[in-house]
Design a protein around this ligand. Structure first.
Ligand code: CTP
Ligand code: MG
Length: 209
């Protein structure tokens, strides 16, 4: 079964203050590191901002992303061939994803899941808040933080995106459509660069590797 990967790199990085995916991290751009993390795919599609031309590692295609992450994924879907049976979506902002996460999520889909995500246990207690007041404390024991890369049966991911919904991750769309998402072991090192201080933390983690 052919496996294609979409790396979404079309965000503006508003919380960071710059399109963080194009910054250098220990001598290699964040987006290039994210592409490396899915290099085992049969083809890779990168979704880019309109004004950016690709000068990273060789990939099968680049597309212009959209105004939201989900729109950028949909732009990527259009460039993936019909014979790709498994589609993997990865955030360009996750430069530190170890390649074994790609193997794990793909293996879970090969084994029968509609989709698979890397999950990591939470160390903080999570509370629901409304207007600055706690309304609920969630049981940490049955919560995980979901990372990318995420893998899906291609028809399931395409169907979940067909009504043009929005979500911060693709698994949420497949869940809402009734699909079964398996959680595989994620990696706490696989942080998403979100704010400026994350860049220094990611650099330190890379030096420790
Ligand atoms: N992304 C994208 N297209 C968008 C929005 C996000 O391809 N319209 C990508 C980002 O480039 C990133 C990933 O989705 O690799 C995860 O998104 P996030 O960390 O939220 O990045 P940004 O949307 O760029 O940041 P912010 O939300 O702070 O603006
Ligand atoms: Mg965003």
């Amino acid at each position: 079964m052919k496996v294609w990967a979409i790396v979404v790199a079309a965000g503006r990085g508003e919380r960071f203050g710059a399109p963080k995916q194009f910054l250098e991290l220990a001598g290699r751009r964040v987006v290039d590191r994210a592409v490396d993390a899915v290099a085992a795919a049969d083809g890779i599609v990168v979704a880019l901002p309109d004004e950016v031309s690709w000068d990273g590692p060789e990939v099968a295609a680049t597309v212009v992303g959209g105004a939201t992450r989900s729109e950028s994924v949909r732009a990527g879907l259009e460039a993936c061939p019909a014979d790709a049976g498994i589609l993997v979506v990865h955030d360009a902002a996750r430069a530190l994803a170890p390649p074994r996460l790609f193997d794990r999520v793909v293996a879970a889909v090969v084994a029968g899941a509609d989709g698979a995500v890397p999950g990591v246990v939470l160390s903080d207690t999570v509370k629901r808040v409304a207007g600055g007041v706690v309304t609920e404390t969630l049981d940490r024991a049955d919560l995980v933080a979901s990372q990318t890369p995420q893998a899906f049966r291609a028809p399931v991911l395409r169907a979940a995106h067909a009504p043009e919904p929005g979500a911060t991750d693709d698994a949420a769309l497949v869940e809402a459509a009734g699909g079964t998402i398996m959680v595989v072991q994620g990696d706490p090192v696989n942080m998403k660069l979100t704010t400026e201080s994350d860049l220094a933390v990611a650099g330190a983690l890379l030096r420790l590797r």
